[in-house]
Write a protein that binds this ligand. Sequence first.
Ligand code: PLP
Length: 451
Amino acid sequence: MTPQIDPRAGAAVKAADRAHVFHSWSAQELIDPLAVAGAEGSYFWDYDGKRYLDLTSGLVYTNIGYQHPKVVAAIQEQAAKLTTFAPAFAIESRSEAARLIAERTPGDLDKIFFTNGGADAVEHAVRMARLHTGRTKVMSAYRSYHGGTQQAVNLTGDPRRWASDSASAGVVRFWAPFLYRSRFYAETEEQECARALEHLETTIRFEGPATIAAIILETVPGTAGIMVPPPGYLAGVREICDRYGIVFVLDEVMAGFGRTGEWFAADLFGVVPDLMTFAKGVNSGYVPLGGVAISGAIADTFGKRPYPGGLTYSGHPLACAAAVATINVMAEEGVVENARNLGASVVEPGLRELAERHPSVGEVRGVGMFWAVELVKNRETREPLVPYNAAGEANAPMAAFAAAAKKAGVWPFVNMNRTHFVPPLNATEAELKEGLAALDTALSAADAHTD
Ligand code: PLP
């Protein structure tokens, strides 16, 4: 039920926002943020009472939807008991969150370093890898997103890093697998896997293996387009890392905590990294929290020697209480299984059926509740529906798509020529079908822009 709301309050919220809030990744005068009055479960609504089904899960983090009563209550209880306490102390909510996370992370990733979000988790994973190996270079994929802070944005392959590229010394980029856009080199997933592994190893040899501290990869790259790696790729990277003494970092900030239908996407591939970053879904983003799960060998490096790094709010009690409650809700309510089952039985067939009918759909790919729909101008040439546009100029076809989706009652995730279907992991079958129906309408708007 949408509660009673006052549209005039929305106007005041909007006016103050436009006067004083400086928005991320935006040209301040070209944006028109929606004033949101409230949210519950898979929906949010504006001050006019218009409801949207959130196909974005915020920024792909509200994995158990908005305002889950058990998590809200846990935050309230923690606030009443002990709102904050410095990281050097052992605190119940912090140690319990670390225990629950370590219980679920693969292999011997049993020590948890807490951060405030994903980017700082990446910063610390890289620092740990450099100190552990005594080497400096870090390798990352071109099609990737690792966060907006200095080191993390430089590891990011997405053009947003260009703004601060001067600080990218020590970063070496490579091409991870992406069959749909690699077809002149590879025709099958097996060929693409072999191409990507050979390219990675050749790059390492040319850079000098003894100079490379870490390879960082999103287990399933998210923001850059949800490219599920072919079978064997991550195991192959693991082998290469072992061969050259390189630390293997998997970034599970987006893919972790159930998004792919497993607690961690690494479990889909049976691969155990040396370091694994997480954030977002760890507590559905109710209070900022991220972290690094650390292998025994790397933890031992800092057994007698201090780890030189930390954050004032590391393992904040409110954030950790939210994580404990979220993980328990996910386990008790079968949220990971829901993502796996409805992903396979409703989302995948639904998106594939839309792909058959809409000429603007070039490819549908994903797993669990983690899906990308790649929109093209022409299915034969695979020309993206938007020209590559680093200047961020108006993107008419995708704007038409997004406007039609919103009119049909869903909030779509749009990035370049893609829309991502990334609803909360506990979305119901009816909600997912509602999302697919709205997407059907919106894709018709995109079809109008095809050849
Ligand atoms: N790593 C990955 C894979 C992400 O998707 C993101 C954010 O989208 C980040 C890191 C950065 O996380 P945060 O925005 O919490 O700093």
